[in-house]
Design a binder for this molecule. Structure first.
Ligand SMILES: [Zn+2]
Length: 244
């Protein structure tokens, strides 16, 4: 990790910083449907029609309906013990833990977790295509939505599509540079190359349901089980690191 000039003058305390990155596996036990699980979305929708720039330009109505349905679906879900565990850690060590997620649901927030960085956007917000304003819509349909800043009705989902920049990736890079430990929960590494990142960390932990030879060897600690089953061990791992 690169150390800033300031750190060299004033060595940081021995307290470590932990980056916790989560993916679909964190919310799977709450019943949030994704394209990456065999839970039906693949059968109902073509991912490139509803999650890509090309699909959106072809049929914005279909995409709006898709995200309306995702929002409705999310309104009925509840955070699970793994969301609650992450919330506990972040509340206990607000400046020593970065919580980043690929998930667009709000289950971490609903578990009470502050300052969650959503790498791929959020379902519960819309973005104005005229002025760029991002505003909360909760679980409602976007059909009658209007930008509160400029009153435009040209609004869209606030989820990053294939073929689009993901501006929050800059935060991920920042966090990778700053943290000494990397905890990954519930991601296959298909979108973000977590195996590659893991090599840069002194400490690393991976929790995924299934073994994966492309990922597992790059992490120092690996738990193959559901996120809620591993939650207590992950919490202890992070607590032990920060207590050192
Ligand atoms: Zn606007």
């Amino acid at each position: 990790m690169a150390k800033s000039a300031l750190e060299k003058i004033n060595p940081p305390s021995s307290r470590k910083k932990v980056l916790i990155l989560s993916g679909a596996g964190l919310s799977a036990e709450s019943g949030v449907r994704t394209f990456r699980e065999s839970d039906g979305l693949w059968e109902e929708y073509d991912v490139m029609e509803v999650c890509s720039v090309e699909g959106y330009s072809r049929n914005p109505r279909l995409v709006a309906d898709f995200y309306d349905a995702r929002r409705m679906d999310l309104s009925e879900k509840q955070p699970n013990r793994a969301h609650e565990m992450l919330s506990r850690l972040k509340n206990k060590y607000p400046s020593q833990i970065d919580i980043l997620t690929q998930n667009v649901d709000d289950l971490l927030e609903r578990a009470g977790c502050p300052d969650v960085i959503h790498l791929h956007g959020t379902l519960t917000h819309l973005r104005c295509e005229m002025c760029g304003n991002v505003f909360e819509i909760g679980y409602q349909s976007q059909s009658d939505a209007k930008c509160p800043a400029c009153q435009s009705k040209k609004v869209r989902h606030n989820v990053v599509m294939f073929g689009e920049e993901a501006p929050m990736y800059a935060k991920l890079q920042e966090s990778i540079d700053e943290c000494e430990a990397f905890v990954v929960i519930g991601t296959s590494g298909q979108v973000l190359d977590v195996a590659w990142y893991a090599q840069w960390f002194e400490h690393s932990l991976l929790n995924n349901l299934d073994p994966d030879v492309r990922l597992d060897p790059y992490f120092k600690v690996v738990y193959h089980e559901k996120a809620t089953a591993a939650a207590e061990k992950i919490e202890k791992y992070v607590e032990d690191l920060l207590a050192e």
